[in-house]
Design a protein around this ligand. Structure first.
Ligand SMILES: Nc1ncnc2c1ncn2[C@@H]1O[C@H](COP(=O)(O)OP(=O)(O)OP(=O)(O)O)[C@@H](O)[C@H]1O
Length: 860
């Protein structure tokens, strides 16, 4: 226990797996945690009078249990026996051989193939933050620095599995970024520029960081240094695959803040079962392609030339179907080239994986040839950059057996014919049966014992077995080793010599195989860079093939990207909703035209559920898809390059969310207004809804006016219930009214989903009440009140009361039996609207309002 305590004290923050014989044991609090997470039995043992908790599992189950612990957010220190227990009489030497944490993992069972596993470090500077991301399983290393908002967006994009922060910024970190990340707090001194610079230059073996273009990012460097420190702390020293660090050049990518990323449901959704854009567009076939696609989606391009290059390749592959099919066929054969090469660098690759690496590289050969001979120059370029790694492949082929095992101890790793010594030893081991058969034949003849048997066991080694009936015929020179009930076992001089030779051969085979395998791995280190480059190119090609496939399957067209500031989409569709419509329903495509001169702001009105949000989002998604290099769901799209996309959605109702939500909504909107640019696309969905009608309208009005008057003239789509906003167009020339058309049937509404010019006259809130199951008469009556009120629009109080009544009606869907609600219903039903003067209507409404307040009080 002393040894355990000493080791545990060095890793107080980690769950310590302590190897004892064939088990990994955990003690004390670690045991309680492990038992809970792993569902293993928690026992107790007496430790000098104290009771200690204990939980363990067999050592060979490490690969099953370790991922569970890490996925549950634990940092796990693996403490192994550093010497053979048989060879020592005192306590076996033990030490931590690896510290596995959520952000530093190489184990396939922990990693998910289509996602990166990023470790992040965040440095809080005086007026800026520095950030760094590293995926040790792929070798990708990035850094950036900037404002809290920028860091927040990067965290959202990279979604790291673990974040390192200095201890003194613990509080600040959780206040700014929440508590949902796995975070680990390091000593403050680690976040120092000199130390960071030294760690990085030592690692990259360079004098400065100029070559990486990050030398001016002091805060980013500090964060990256903290990552290097953490790697050494977690016992990761073989890191040759991390051979560059890249600046995240944010100015090259479309800016989307976290609300936008979340709201557009690009790759996460608050609803676990919801389909995201990524789900729809991911047609990649390799793990590295899948990971790159996520990156492309998070960072759409702003450089027209680069975007067009992607479009050209997609277009080429879409028409040259044969070529697409062949390239995809070969990509499918490929393993995770990027992670295999990282395993090589970190010394964690097994023989079977080296063969896999070779096979993956073999698939590169036909892809290279197909790309080089294609008629598309960008594709030809990619082909030329692919390295067929011929020497590497033939070396692996020469050294390794095609069927090499995962575990080298199983034997047969090295190919026949590679080492003469190994072949001889193998001959010796394999010919043993033959040799023993001959010996048996000779001895049977010499002794005249017909039932002799030669065999071996772990305890006594080789022996000759003689049944008791022939005991008297045993020659003198034989030495008895073991007595059984019916037989005796002997050893002879010849057998002893043979045994020494055979056992020696087996041991030698094992060590020779290991030695040759290690030599091969050493030799292969040189190829880390070219293989990494191949992996990146294949990932890109995989994404582009995926886009071509997607365009073919879903009828997407090539967008035209230009320098203008106009957005002109014809027959645009929402890529996700169109795939989810009930059978028989088809998506209604819509045109959207936005520019800075005539139609800068589109005010979209229409009843709930008519499709306003869908139009807003599909416009943003089409722009995003286009700028990440994909074709788009439309019949035509001309896109003046967009540099920022902002989305804000109003809080759904202030009763359930509280006033503070409304403030949040306003703050969020304010941050848009402060960051506008000429190429921004702004989507505002029901902004202002989270307050009373009067305030809501005023705020929505003020925001629209601001956007209209702002010199950026940012293109804006504004979806709203407030038909009052339709009046804005009379004063503000670039605001245009549209509505999502509906057809009013006798007692119902038919959604046509077509965006047509013009405002809409009703707010239709009552239709929703009806859809929510309100009795027919109540709805009719409410309609009448509404009309009356619309005529005497003067009183804001009336509008408010009505709004509250509508809200209440919607709520009533959940609780129709409520007696107070019954009373309100009665009140509405007994109004004789046609005979009331506006003043009487107001009084009646006040009565309703009083009842509503009573109800609100009762329910709170
Ligand atoms: N163009 C369309 N074609 C077919 N179905 C559509 C279309 N647009 C929307 N829908 C369907 O209508 C539903 C409601 O659309 P959406 O959420 O955009 O309405 P909304 O007007 O924004 O409603 P609310 O005001 O309540 O937010 C969608 O989930 C989708 O199923």
């Amino acid at each position: 226990m002393q040894q355990y305590n000493a080791i545990k004290s060095k890793h107080p923050d980690a769950l310590l797996l302590f190897r004892v014989g064939d088990f990994y044991e955990t003690f004390g609090e670690d045991a309680v945690k492990a038992a809970k997470i792993l569902g293993i039995i928690l026992t107790h043992r007496n430790n000098g009078g104290d009771k200690t908790e204990l939980a363990g599992f067999p050592h060979h189950s490490l690969n099953t249990y370790l991922p569970k612990l890490v996925k549950a957010g634990q940092r796990v220190a693996i403490c192994d026996q550093l010497e053979d227990p048989k060879m020592t009489k005192s306590i076996v030497k033990r030490g931590v051989t690896e510290l596995v944490t959520p952000g530093v993992a190489l184990n396939d069972d922990i990693l998910s193939s289509k996602s990166n596993n990023f470790l992040c470090a965040l440095h809080f500077g005086r007026n800026k933050l520095g950030i760094s991301f590293l995926d040790i399983s792929t070798g990708e290393f990035y850094t950036a620095e900037g404002s809290m908002e920028q860091m927040d967006k990067l965290l959202q994009n990279f979604s790291p599995n673990e974040i390192l922060v200095s201890k003194s910024h613990r509080k600040e970190f959780t206040e700014l970024f929440g508590t949902h990340f796995h975070s680990f707090y390091l000593e403050d001194w680690i976040f120092q520029e000199d130390y960071a610079l030294e760690s990085l230059t030592n690692h990259f073996k360079t004098k400065t960081l100029k070559g990486f273009g990050i030398e001016h990012l002091n805060h980013g460097i500090i964060a990256s240094g903290a990552i290097m420190h953490y790697l050494s702390e977690t016992q990761h020293s073989r890191l040759q695959h991390i051979n560059k660090i890249q600046r995240i050049a944010e100015e090259e990518y479309v800016w989307m803040d976290r609300f936008t990323i979340r709201n557009l449901e690009l790759y996460h959704s608050t609803n676990l079962n919801a389909v995201t854009l990524l789900n729809i567009i991911d047609r990649t076939l390799s793990p590295m392609g899948g990971r790159l696609l996520k990156r492309w989606l998070a960072l759409p391009l702003k450089n027209i030339e680069k975007i067009q290059q992607r479009h050209q390749i997609v277009s080429h592959l879409k028409t040259e179907e044969g070529q697409l099919e062949k390239i995809q066929h070969w990509i499918k054969q490929m393993g995770d080239l990027e992670r295999l090469i990282s395993k090589l660098a970190t010394g964690k690759i097994n023989p079977k994986e080296v063969v896999q690496l070779k096979n993956s590289l073999e698939a590169v050969v036909p892809i290279k040839q197909l790309a080089e001979t294609s008629s598309n120059t960008s594709l030809q370029n990619m082909g030329e950059q692919l390295d067929d790694c011929e020497t590497l492949r033939s070396k692996i082929k020469e050294v390794l057996n095609e069927e090499a095992p995962i575990n080298i101890a199983k034997g047969n790793t090295i190919a026949q014919g590679y080492s003469e010594e190994l072949d001889e030893l193998r001959n010796l081991a394999f010919s043993s049966k033959d040799y023993l058969d001959k010996m048996l034949e000779r001895e049977t003849e010499a002794t005249g014992i017909s039932s002799l048997k030669i065999a071996s066991n772990n305890v006594f080694g080789y022996y000759i077995e003689v049944r008791n009936t022939h005991k008297d015929k045993v020659p003198e020179g034989w030495v008895r080793k073991q007595t059984l009930v019916n037989a005796e076992r002997y050893i002879t001089e010849e057998l002893k010599e043979y045994e020494a030779k055979i056992l020696g051969a087996e041991e030698r085979i094992y060590s020779l195989e290991q030695q040759l395998f290690e030599q091969l791995l050493m030799w292969m280190q040189e190829y880390i860079s070219p293989v990494q480059q191949n992996a990146q190119l294949i990932a890109q090609l995989d994404c582009l093939c995926g886009f071509a496939q997607l365009a073919k399957e879903n009828n997407y067209v090539e967008p035209e990207i230009n320098e203008s500031t106009e957005l002109n989409i014809k027959d645009g569709r929402h890529p996700v909703i169109e795939k989810q419509l009930p059978l028989g329903e088809s998506y209604v495509a819509n045109d959207v035209l936005l520019n800075r001169d005539e139609q800068q702001i589109i005010m979209i009105t229409g009843p709930n559920m008519s499709g306003k949000s869908a139009i807003l989002r599909q416009t943003a998604l089409i722009v995003l898809l286009a700028q990440m290099g994909s074709f788009v769901p439309a019949s035509e799209a001309h896109i003046g390059i967009v540099d920022k996309i902002f989305t804000r959605v109003g809080a759904s109702d202030n009763i359930s969310m509280g006033e503070s939500t409304f403030m949040v909504e306003m703050n969020e909107t304010a941050s848009i207004l402060n960051n506008l640019s000429e190429r921004s696309l702004v989507l505002l969905d029901e902004i202002g809804r989270g307050t009373s009608t009067y305030d809501g309208i005023s705020i929505a009005w003020a925001i629209s006016e601001y956007l209209h008057e702002h010199p950026s003239r940012a293109k804006t789509l504004f979806a709203t219930h407030y038909h009052e906003l339709n009046e804005m167009t009379n004063t503000f020339t670039r605001i245009k009214n549209y509505n999502v058309s509906v057809k009013e049937l006798k007692d119902n509404v038919l959604f046509l989903r077509k965006l047509v010019p013009g405002g809409s006259e009703h707010s239709f809130g009552i239709h929703v009440a009806k859809m929510a199951g309100m009795p027919q008469q109540v709805v009719q009556k409410a309609n009448k009140i509404l009309k009356k009120l619309e005529k005497s629009h003067s009183s804001e109080e009336m509008t408010d009361t009505l709004q509250a009544a509508q809200n209440e009606m919607q709520l009533s869907f959940f609780n129709l039996d409520d007696p107070l609600l019954e009373e309100i219903k009665e009140e509405i039903l007994h109004l004789d609207i046609d005979t009331l003067t506006p003043v009487e209507a107001l009084m009646k409404l006040n009565e309703i309002k009083r009842l509503l307040t009573k109800k609100k009080k009762a329910s709170s």
